[in-house]
Write a protein that binds this ligand. Structure first.
Ligand SMILES: [Zn+2]
Ligand SMILES: [Zn+2]
Length: 414
């Protein structure tokens, strides 16, 4: 099968990192650790694993970070080389020919282990056994050598990782389900209070999906989105932002909406909840400065390595935490609980992926899918993903079972 494979080569990772730093994201693809290869399908794991033929496989920010040599080397304990990336997948089950999306996390159940406490309660995002069991180390499909991955003509998914999608859902909406599940998980962990002020920094895939999730599940008064490019601003308005600003104007906007005063570089008050969907040292520091004392700061995407001044995190007692992947969520049903305090609603439990399939279908998140490439043209695809903002794009994907060079390109000219 044809595939894009990553080998463990310090030299190649180093070269890609140098090119990314000097010439820009995605430019080091030709000399980096990724190779276009023709290799045998990995051997079958056991009867619980089903062969999947990807229709579309997205390029995630974490894939780009890894290929640019920007992600932390500490994560290498949770991958097994050589592996095939690709964890945002809509595909076809080889056995039933049904269209599906995959939930790529490799927790205890897919690994054939008796479930740890987290997996037992549906929270496989917190699984303790990421390097053991029937398959080799790997946080997810797309980081594990035994499963293959979405950037190949075929891969294996465990029966419990497969979610069928409605016939009426188009492939682009389905492509966005996995990152939408990450965004929903980030939002439902700390659902903003009704009437509150929410800030979202960044309007790439994760920023826009976090916005969609806040608008879908919460009732804040203000949703401020900091966006750089015109097409991002347009999409932010479409998806429910009440205020869309350039990133250098976000503090002034929050100051005005929350009636804060400026004290040095910080605000006397600030946003109730800030979602940092960029994850650079600069945006984390900005997030701390615009979040109110005892407010919440959520790191939604994979942060890059760097130094951060945490003085005001401490002094403002901000609750900062990461949001990684998905699992099981508590969702308000909107029904008041008899006898409960005013406004308390009952909750139901749902798999994050089910919520993401519904949200992507209902909201039409496929509008974020900008361009599609064949595997063979991976250098162009990664360059496009690395320059997505300036080229009017959001999500770039591969169509691993198609050969035409560019299969879809919709570049905004706003
Ligand atoms: Zn991802
Ligand atoms: Zn587990």
């Amino acid at each position: 099968m044809k595939a894009l494979q990553i080998e463990k080569s310090l030299l190649r990772f180093g070269a890609a990192s140098l090119i990314a730093r000097t010439k820009g994201s995605g430019k080091g693809a030709s000399i980096g650790p990724l190779r276009y290869v023709d290799i045998p399908m990995p051997k079958e794991i056991n009867d619980n694993w089903i062969e999947i033929k990807p229709i579309l496989s997205g390029i995630c920010g974490s894939d780009l970070s890894m290929l640019d040599g920007k992600s932390s080397r500490e994560l290498e304990s949770f991958v097994s080389f050589p592996f095939i990336p690709g964890h945002e997948v809509v595909g076809i089950r080889a056995d039933t020919k049904k269209r599906i999306v995959i939930e790529p996390l490799l927790g205890c159940i897919s690994r054939g282990l008796s479930p740890c406490g987290s997996c037992l309660s549906g929270h496989h995002d917190r699984c303790a056994n990421l390097a053991f069991g029937d398959v080799d180390a790997g946080l997810q499909i797309g980081f594990c050598k035994d499963t293959s991955g979405g950037w190949a003509e075929s891969f294996f998914a465990h029966i419990t990782q497969i979610h069928e999608i409605p016939d009426s859902m188009d492939d682009s909406d389905a492509l966005l389900v996995e990152p939408a599940a990450c965004a929903i998980h980030a939002v439902l962990q700390d659902l903003p209070e009704p009437g509150s002020t929410v800030v979202i920094l960044g309007a790439g895939t994760l920023g826009l999906l976090t916005l969609a999730a806040v608008a879908e599940f919460g009732k804040p008064k203000h949703i401020v989105v900091a966006a750089k490019y015109n097409h991002q601003k347009q999409l932010a308005r479409e998806l429910g932002a009440t205020h869309v600003v350039d990133s250098d104007k976000v503090q002034a906007m929050v100051r005005s909406l929350t009636k804060s005063r400026l004290v040095g570089d910080t605000l006397s008050n600030g946003a109730d909840t800030t979602y940092d969907c960029v994850g650079s040292s600069a945006t984390i520091e900005s997030s701390i400065m615009i979040t109110k004392p005892r407010g919440t700061l959520v790191l939604v995407g994979m942060p890059t390595k760097g130094k951060i001044d945490l003085t005001f995190l401490w002094q403002r007692q901000i609750q900062m935490h990461g949001a990684y992947t998905y699992g099981t969520e508590q969702v308000s049903t909107g029904d008041e609980v008899p006898g409960a305090a005013n406004g308390d609603a009952s909750h139901s439990t749902s798999e994050t992926f089910k919520l993401a399939i519904d949200m992507s279908h209902k909201v039409g998140l496929g509008r974020l899918h900008s361009a599609t490439y064949s595997l063979e043209h991976y250098e162009d695809a990664l360059l496009h993903a690395g320059q997505a903002g300036s080229r009017g794009a959001i999500k770039i994907a591969f169509a691993p079972n198609k050969n035409k060079k560019i299969l879809r390109e919709e570049t905004e000219t706003l």
